[in-house]
Ligand binder design. Sequence first.
Ligand code: MRU
Length: 354
Amino acid sequence: MASTPVPIPGPRNIEWVGDADTGYLRLLDQTRLPNEVVYLDCRDVQTVWDAIKRLSVRGAPAIGVAAAFGCVIGAQQGAFDKAAEHLATSRPTAVNLFWAIDRMKCVTPSTPEKLLDEAIAIHAEDAEMCQRIGEHALGLIKQLIPEPPTPNPKSPLTFLTHCNAGALATGGIGTATSPMYLAHQRGQPVRVFADETRPLLQGARLTAFELGAGGLNVTLICDGMAGQVLREGKVDVVITGADRIADNGDAANKIGTYPLAVLADYHNVPFLVAAPSSTFDLSAPDGGAIPIEQRAAEEITEGFGTRTAPQDVQTYSPAFDVTPAKLITAIITERGVIRPVDAEHVRSIVGPEK
Ligand code: MRU
């Protein structure tokens, strides 16, 4: 039986306004959150490209959905192929971008009407995948964290998460956040520790914002505090999203995820990755084949407008890191749970014949 859909908390991140021939893409400008709710209307392909590049729309599934709608705008201007090619250069790591563009390329004829139908389908399917991921995740968490002998109904199921793999990052209720919203909807007390996520603070600005909007109990911590919080035994499960998962289960996600997995392992806390099948890249044998985006120095030295480092300091700013499969307790997809995490089990759930 299908579960009751959880309403999407907070403002919608992606919306198509109008018809196929004259409509446009409306994006929530996530760079302005949490202080301002501002929308960006994209009527040309370059505006969509810029929005992806500057993280106005971000999160692997949402990048794919935005690019799909961007292809419709390209077709309106008689330049679908050029649009698809250009949008694919916006960000390199999240494979959902390429997956969505490839799907759009299969649409024939590539008229705005047909392409809009496909983009809307990609968006709606992503929402469904999020809900299913939450169901599978909650089932797994029940197995991993057996009830204590004298369960205290007031003691919350406590998650720790990194970056934003929530509603703002997807077409639905998020991937890593989906079991949080589902458990909350079902009356289970939930607490979430949200890493602030240096340097662009997606955890502080976005995860804390949307979980709060959804009525969840959220506690913000700096990234470097996660070890202490785990050591104090405050966390039942660590859960993150992913931007690209290789054939062997190595998973790229926001920089800072890998150290969190090492910490979870050390403290014997399950480390879960939640991602739709569109985030898998089985052509990458392992994490070494995943391209890692490098970001501008200013995001570290003067993020949000205040210089916090010497003028001449050298920087290095990979936006993502790769968590080795052996540190991942399970990967939760809309098709089921991958556990243990290795090539055989990855292929058995998301392989081409599935
Ligand atoms: O640079 P961002 O904000 O796009 O990075 C986002 C992440 O790393 C998310 O965890 C990932 O895309 C999963 S979103 C469901």
